[in-house]
Design a protein around this ligand. Structure first.
Ligand SMILES: [Zn+2]
Length: 225
């Protein structure tokens, strides 16, 4: 009888210890799985075929060698802009506000007097006889995929007669700033801001207008679909 009691007690202790083992949760807690980041996608379905073609040619394809097919742009917010004192501030401000408008306010420009602190520099040069153009504009991709970190704009004056017409400066600066914010190739539409060569137009075609708005409402680095 005493032995049977001992067996019963021993069985009960084992049963309780097994129960308590699972009840207390003494096994280590499983780690929370780290979510796998999904690459941002930019939906192109709202674009007309013409605007889509311009987005692809001017932005996505232009940087494909760096990143594959991705949207490249300035981060939303303020871009510091320095301009050469030989240019009129009014022309630079009007050209800058042009793209503030057509990016839908995704970017704004702050004029700075210190060249070293600027993101984009607009400088005058006497040299320049490239395709009969009055300037050049280039964005420089940063190490973060999809973002520009520097923009270089040069305004050519001195050799091509039409480039010495100061009344054209605002449209030339707007054209070159367009390049510097990611519209790297010319549009096939005549007589507009991104037509070639930069020939003094401030109007904008619907495909270019829709393209720049789309680029500046897509996540930088997004894959277009
Ligand atoms: Zn150009």
């Amino acid at each position: 009888m005493r032995n049977l009691f001992r067996v019963l007690v021993a069985t009960l202790v084992v049963a309780l210890s097994v129960a308590s083992c699972s009840d207390k949760g003494s096994f280590p807690t499983e780690p929370t799985p780290t979510p796998v980041p999904t690459a941002p996608v930019a939906d192109m379905s709202s674009l007309s075929p013409e605007a889509r073609a311009y987005v692809m040619a001017t932005n996505i394809e232009a940087f494909r060698v760096l990143s594959g097919p991705r949207v490249w742009r300035w981060a939303s917010g303020q871009i510091k802009l320095y301009f050469d004192p030989t240019l009129r501030e009014e022309d630079v401000r009007n050209a800058a506000s042009y793209w503030e408008k057509y990016t839908g306010g995704s970017i704004t420009f702050q004029i700075v007097g210190d060249k070293a602190s600027a993101n984009i520099t607009v400088e005058h040069t006497l040299v320049g006889l490239i395709e009969n153009a009055c300037g050049s504009g280039t964005p420089v991709p940063s190490t973060d995929r999809g973002f520009f970190s520097v923009g270089i704009v040069r305004i050519f004056q001195g050799l091509v007669p039409k480039c010495n017409d100061r009344s054209r400066d605002v449209s030339v600066i707007a054209h070159e700033l367009g390049h510097a914010i990611g519209l790297t190739v010319h549009s096939s539409y005549l007589s507009e801001v991104m037509s070639s060569p930069s020939s003094g137009y401030l109007n904008i075609s619907d495909p270019v207008k829709d393209a720049v708005y789309w680029i500046y409402h897509a996540p930088p680095g997004a894959t277009p679909q």
